[in-house]
Design a protein around this ligand. Structure first.
Ligand code: PMT
Length: 227
């Protein structure tokens, strides 16, 4: 049997992608399948946690046994759900892929095809839910962020991750390299666990449940540390 290291702990996890509506039938979305977030939920429940899973658009995934599921569509809906759940959670994990922007206006009718050039889509910024959750953190509460990064000629994935950890202010950042068919929609994942104290732990490539186990090990170590 697995050690019940999260007994008595309430964890709130977001998973999947948000959808930002353009009109009644179209949206801006992303490739997140929710598999990593669901794996986090499954492992946490197996370790004895009370789990609330807030899911956006996902692949066809079974809700893990004993997990409370809340469904959301857009980033604004996710924000509302996370604030509500986080108010009662000991650990908050943002594994969802949240759209940074949404269309300025939602057309009530289906946008029609025109003969000329289409109108550009005007976008506005979505709230940064992770930053808000960090600001609203209760005493003793841990907030875990994820980062999906690609490297480029000047900056490595790790450097982008380090900068994101500073910007978001969370207690732990799970950094995933993406692109080239990595992480999104896959059965397996890899990455690093970055902490504000500068510690950086590589998570070896493996099934998403194994990555989830590494995350919960790190969370458990921080929960049992005197704060
Ligand atoms: O769902 P899968 O197919 O299994 O794939 C898993 C995954 C790659 C989606 C997952 O492991 C992952 O990395 N999730 C975060 C994806 C992401 O969009 O990261 P980001 O670097 O854009 O955002 C950084 C953090 O801020 C994330 O915790 C995100 O949830 C949060 N965020 C981002 C934007 C925003 N407006 N609000 C937020 O809270």
């Amino acid at each position: 049997a697995l050690p019940r290291t999260l007994e008595g702990v309430h964890v709130a996890i977001s998973a999947g992608g948000t959808r930002e509506a353009l009109d009644p039938v179209r949206f801006i979305g992303n490739r997140s399948s929710g598999k990593q977030g669901y794996a986090l939920a499954r492992v946490a429940a197996q370790r004895g946690a009370r789990v609330t899973l807030v899911a956006g658009n996902t692949a066809d995934l079974a809700t893990p046994a004993g997990v409370d599921l809340v469904r959301i569509g857009s980033a604004v809906e996710l924000r509302e759900a996370m604030h509500e759940v986080a108010a009662d959670a000991d650990v908050v994990v943002m594994a969802a892929a949240v759209a940074d922007f949404r269309p300025v206006s939602l057309t009530g009718h289906k946008i029609k095809k025109t003969d000329g050039d289409p109108d550009p889509i005007a976008l506005t910024k979505n709230p940064d839910i992770l930053v808000e959750l960090v600001a609203a953190r209760r005493p003793g509460q841990l907030v875990v962020g994820f980062a999906a990064e690609t490297g480029d000629e000047t900056t490595s994935v790790l450097d982008y991750g380090r900068a994101k950890l500073r910007r978001k202010g969370c207690d732990l950042l799970v950094l995933n390299a993406v692109g080239d068919g990595k992480a999104f929609e896959q059965e397996d994942n890899a990455g690093w666990l970055l902490s504000p104290d500068g510690s950086e732990i590589a998570i070896p490539h493996g099934p998403k449940t194994q990555v989830a186990s590494a995350v919960w090990d790190a969370v458990t170590a921080r929960l049992t540390q005197p704060q």
